[in-house]
Design a protein around this ligand. Structure first.
Ligand code: CA
Ligand code: CA
Ligand code: CA
Ligand code: CA
Length: 177
């Protein structure tokens, strides 16, 4: 809300109520307030504008998000199903049976896995035979372990953020976490 040179911001605390507010003096007669994420941190920022004098003031939001989204997929991490990567059959262990199930899925195009993130053993955001080869390499040839959140010997977790534009595969259902 703006009045004269001042803009009053009412703070939504996440339950539909606005119990707090603060006022910012733009230093000029403002004609509008726009909410936009200026610095791409997923927190809305404010721009106070004065169309008549072509002036504006930006207010960057430095509050902490109520629900952290460390993997940057726009879903609060606490709402995501955690899993162990590589545990294709979801029994909480990483064994040759996981590779066998993966190969049967990849070659027969069977039922979609309930936890795609766990099946994507090499974390390239694709499910194919390379994941089975990755598992066999780890189990029998000393290859690298499943990437974060790691296999069953590691803590349960969600898919981490990536630098490229391949989004997370997600995990609908995983009972071993
Ligand atoms: Ca922002
Ligand atoms: Ca998230
Ligand atoms: Ca398993
Ligand atoms: Ca993969």
């Amino acid at each position: 809300m703006n009045a004269g040179s001042r803009a009053t911001v009412f703070v939504n605390v996440g339950d539909g109520s606005f119990p707090r507010s603060f006022t910012v003096d733009a230093g000029f007669d403002s004609t509008g307030v726009t909410s936009v994420d200026l610095d791409a941190d997923h927190l809305p920022d404010l721009v106070v504008t004065a169309l008549t004098s072509r002036r504006f003031v930006t207010l960057l939001n430095r509050s902490r998000p109520a629900a952290p989204d460390e993997n940057d997929n726009h879903i609060p991490d606490r709402c995501e199903q955690r899993f162990h990567r590589g545990d294709v059959d979801g029994d909480g262990r990483l064994q040759i049976s996981d590779a066998q199930v993966l190969f049967s899925f990849a070659f027969s195009a069977g039922q979609a896995p309930s936890c795609a993130g766990a099946v994507d053993s090499n974390d390239d955001r694709r499910i194919d035979i390379a994941d089975g080869i990755f598992l066999l390499n780890f189990l029998f040839r000393g290859g690298p372990p499943p990437p974060l959140p790691g296999g069953p010997s590691e803590a349960c977790g969600v898919e981490p953020a990536r630098d490229d534009d391949r989004g997370p595969l997600g995990c609908e259902d995983y009972r071993a976490c």
